[in-house]
Ligand binder design. Structure first.
Ligand code: GCW
Length: 657
């Protein structure tokens, strides 16, 4: 009998499956109880969290947290130092949140196998404000959200506070994110009603010890819609008073409220133009109300209208004349590219052009135009491409990253925003690999110099396993994934070939009677029998002139324009010879095919990864890669099938894998 029991136990232990994981843990350590020795010279809710995180998860020497009261060691704000003393590890900061960031750093080293040896770390964030933008609505839906309903249960708040709010705050704090805009930029005025402020306050209470401040998007016509005033004119005294009273009310409910995010005179939303006023008039009126409380206004530069002959030029034309006219606590929030989060865009020429106004970068983490939650695209290479673009605003080296961190022109505040991809799905982001985009956004917001490779390496080790047989090939796949997507969707500088409204599949020929031309793909690709692409040279729309020389000149010239942006800036003849020696048409076929080939290779590679991770997450990714290959084939066939009609020479037969 005894033998049977032992045998049975052995069999049970051997076949015990690897702990199933649904992705809800994100990149954070598995809950363990190591009882590490952790001490601190101070106590408060944030330090308590740091202690708890370390006590339960840290496996090494005792850790001492030291809050430096007299900034003698020149550590400011969120900065921290980690060093190894004889028998302890010392984390120092002049703030409690700095200690928590230090604790997460130490745990990250452990999770990625780097906690051994010397520890001599000094970290400071590059941006003051590292902020998520949630496009979440009152009814629980999320604009361009693909991971389920909104995390915020507005109906149940403030009475019921979901444990998921703490998990959200913890995940963000672990990567240094310190702010969140709770609601959609297409803002319902109700969000600043007393009822909803009380709900937002309940969230702010949960987030506070994790160092996260709450911000709200506001609708410019709130004084009319919520306050019953006859106008929202920013120069009207009653309107200014209304906003001042509203701001006072907000701070009485949320004392550390961060400020407003505003989308105005954009896509049909109200704004100062409705009253013959400027963006500066509108932003300054709100900024004046927020100023006594230390709040800021993030005013978006995402503006375009149907009358503009080139949508890519409009933000620059509207905003550069206002440079220097904004109050100190206004920052202009600029999307990475001049159009709209396409798989590839050149950087927005506003960066570097507004030298007397703080600018911040808005990146999209949610994959609106990048396969949503069905396709795998690791976005760090895309973020890096924008951050490291040289604007030449003050000679060579004036990269977007240098500009927005205030190193080229002084900025009173520095910030970077990411449109969140989170929702109620168990794995938070719909696609497991989309978690990596949330992760790398936070890491880049801390240090924009981190390489996509480093961040992918960290994320894979923390999320799955440290086994190099898994990490190395999967990292390679991640690093190639965004370029593969550009190739099978819209290579060589093409943009906006999407089907109407949902922004998922291809429909390059789509037109609709009476529709705005700038919402239709032919506006962007301009295909005709002469060639393909939007002429933005000095002979065309002249958008090139919004860039500084020498970049302007190299973009303007067909031979020197980087081929990845060729059709963005030029209308190119079908038989034009590319650097490869192929004609434009042949190159287009080649690019679409290489995108498809790459995704088939991803699928094959993933199949080989089965032994290394749990079945649940393996299967989840496997089934999404299957969809992605089918979609990539569709993109290739639809786009080449459409463009072929304009091309005179016979197309190369697309090779089916
Ligand atoms: O990318 C477009 C989206 C809109 C979005 C808008 C914006 C929130 O299609 O859904 O609205 O940009 O950024 O304001």
């Amino acid at each position: 009998m005894k033998t049977i029991i032992i045998l049975f136990a052995c069999v049970f232990l051997c076949v015990k499956p690897v702990c199933a994981e649904d992705g809800s843990r994100l990149w954070l350590p598995l809950e363990k109880n190591y009882h590490a020795k952790v001490s601190s010279n101070d106590k408060n809710p944030t330090i308590d969290i740091a202690i708890r995180e370390l006590q339960t998860q840290w496996k090494g020497k005792p850790v001492k947290l030291a809050l430096a009261h007299h900034k003698i060691n020149l550590l400011f704000g969120d900065s921290y130092k980690i060093s190894k003393q004889k028998e302890t590890i010392l984390i120092q900061s002049s703030s409690s949140i700095g200690l928590l960031y230090g604790a997460f750093h130490l745990l990250r080293l452990q999770q990625t196998g780097k906690a051994e040896g010397e520890l001599n770390i000094k970290e400071s964030p590059a941006f003051d404000l590292r902020i998520l933008n949630h496009w979440d609505n009152i009814d629980g839906s999320i604009e361009r959200g693909y991971a389920g309903k909104s995390l915020w249960d507005w109906e149940d708040l403030p009475e019921t506070v979901s444990p998921r709010y703490t998990e959200y705050a913890r995940a963000n704090a672990s990567i240094g994110i310190n702010a969140t805009v709770l609601n959609n930029v297409n803002a319902n005025p109700q969000f600043i009603s007393r009822e909803y402020l009380l709900k937002a306050a309940a969230l702010a209470r949960v987030f506070r010890p994790w160092g996260i401040r709450v911000y709200l998007s506001v609708n410019f016509s709130s004084p009319v819609q919520l306050g019953d005033l006859p106008t929202a004119d920013p120069l009207d005294e009653a309107v200014c008073r209304w906003w001042k009273d509203k701001v006072r009310e907000i701070y009485s409910i949320i004392p550390d409220f961060g400020g407003f995010l505003v989308k105005a005179n954009s896509e049909g939303l109200p704004g100062p133009h409705d009253f013959g006023r400027t963006h500066a008039d509108g932003a300054n009126m709100l900024a004046e109300a927020l100023e006594p409380f230390g709040g800021i206004v993030m005013w978006r530069a995402f503006v375009y209208d149907a009358k503009s002959p080139d949508r890519a030029k409009q933000a620059y034309e509207e905003f550069t004349p206002l440079d220097g006219k904004f109050r100190k606590n206004v920052i202009i929030q600029v999307k990475n590219g001049p159009i709209d989060f396409q798989p590839r865009e050149p950087f927005n020429p506003l960066f570097g052009a507004m030298q007397k106004t703080p600018l911040m970068l808005e990146l999209q983490i949610t994959q609106e135009y990048l396969g949503q939650a069905k396709q795998l695209a690791y976005l760090a290479p895309m973020y890096e491409e924008c951050l490291q673009s040289d604007t030449y605003a003050k000679g060579e080296g004036s990269t977007v990253a240098q500009i927005i961190t205030g190193k080229v022109f002084p900025q009173t505040v520095t910030a970077i925003a990411g449109v969140a991809n989170t929702g109620k799905d168990a794995n938070w982001t719909g696609h497991l690999f989309a978690q990596a985009n949330w992760y790398c956004f936070g890491r880049l917001a801390w240090n924009p110099g981190l390489s996509p490779e480093e961040m992918a390496d960290e994320w894979l080790k923390m999320t799955f396993t440290g086994n190099p047989a898994f990490v190395e090939p999967v990292k390679e796949m991640m690093l190639n994934s965004r370029e593969a997507m550009v190739n099978y969707m819209m290579p060589l500088g093409l943009a906006h070939l999407f089907a109407w409204e949902h922004h998922y599949g291809p429909d390059p020929g789509f037109t609709l009677p009476n529709a705005r031309p700038d919402w239709l793909p032919p506006y962007y690709h301009r295909a005709d029998s002469a060639g393909l692409g939007f002429d933005r040279t000095t002979n065309g729309s002249n958008a090139v002139s919004q860039y500084f020389p020498p970049l302007r000149d190299s973009l303007n010239c067909l031979e020197t324009c980087p081929e990845k942006f060729l059709l963005w800036f030029h209308h190119v003849p079908w038989n034009y010879r590319m650097h490869s020696g192929r004609t434009l048409w042949e190159e287009l076929c080649y690019k679409y095919q290489s995108g498809v080939d790459a995704v088939f290779a991803f699928q094959k590679l993933w199949d080989e990864m089965k032994p290394y991770i749990d079945a649940e997450r393996f299967n989840a990714v496997q089934s999404k890669l299957k969809i992605q290959t089918e979609d990539a084939v569709e993109w290739r066939d639809v786009c080449l099938g459409y463009f072929r009609q304009f091309e005179l020479s016979p197309p190369i037969q697309a090779r089916l894998p």
